[in-house]
Write a protein that binds this ligand. Sequence first.
Ligand code: F6P
Length: 355
Amino acid sequence: MPLHVGLLTGGGDCPGLNAVIRAVTLALVRECGARVTGIERGFEGLLTQRTRALAARDVQDILDEGGTILGTQNRCNPFRDGAMGEDHSAQAMATARALGLDAVVVIGGDGTMEIAHRFAGLGLNVVGVPKTIDNDLLHNDRCFGFDSAVAVVADALDRLATTARSHARVMIAETMGRHAGWIALEGGLAGAADVILLPERPYHLDVVAAQLRERVAAQGHAILCVAEGSAPAGGSQVWQPGAEDSPRRLGGLAHRLELELAPRLPCEVRATVLGHLQRGGRPTPFDRVLATQLGYEAARCVRRGEFGRMVALRCGSVATVPLADVAGGWRAVPADHALMQAAAGIGVGFGSTEA
Ligand code: F6P
């Protein structure tokens, strides 16, 4: 009997998911004649039995396609499903058995890896593939999707700079990233931001204003790039109002800062929230290659029978790490990160007096 492998994408989408789906499917079909089944809308597909067969021809042309052909969502956790938080994991396990799956490749972020880890504990043969534009998964140097998001931020800052210059304004751009500042840091550097605010470094409004005033005095305008999860020292993050049953969402800090900074600056201030533009669209060549590498390694893990692990990029090489070490955690920007030092060294402000 050929191997039968399930494949699902969980959590928020990001550019490169289809490249992984393609690599896993092609490698398994070509190298061991495996049968591959796509599970739709993340773990929900294991509860609703929404699946579809994936043959080589289904994935051949999706390398550069954004999003995920399988659909995804960041709400379904079979271990606490529905309004009452019931545990439907046994039902999901029963579907996997009924489908005759020998293994399931799970592509997702920290929440998805935590669920994958719990399924591994129930005896499901799982291999994880790290995904998130936030780039905040533990034991993994770079997630696919991150490079594409950074490219969007850099392009946005380039565009904001020309209008900032024309109007002699301060422009604020808010990036995603949840509790980690990777997107704002790399996007801000790539887009020549004058001041960058990160969740890892609480800011002081007066210092932010002073750093921007200095840049406006020197060049007539300034760009402030803020990670959505940033907060003032001793203050709180900005959350979006949302429906009661939906997960809490960060967002809106740029607008708060626009109001707070305007009276402290000698020029007008405008805010732009980049939002889901950072998640949509085609993956960069870097992300296509990384996603292909990781997908291929996940297929190799399945063939080796190496389960309960996540493939990862570590020090430039593809490796695997136990899901247990990744589940539920996240990776912050370290205060002494080389990019922080380089940014500070060329005069980028972080809105605080810390070195
Ligand atoms: O984790 C990825 C991410 O895009 C975060 O950066 C952001 O805070 C969140 O997802 C947005 O989630 P949603 O798509 O549910 O609004």
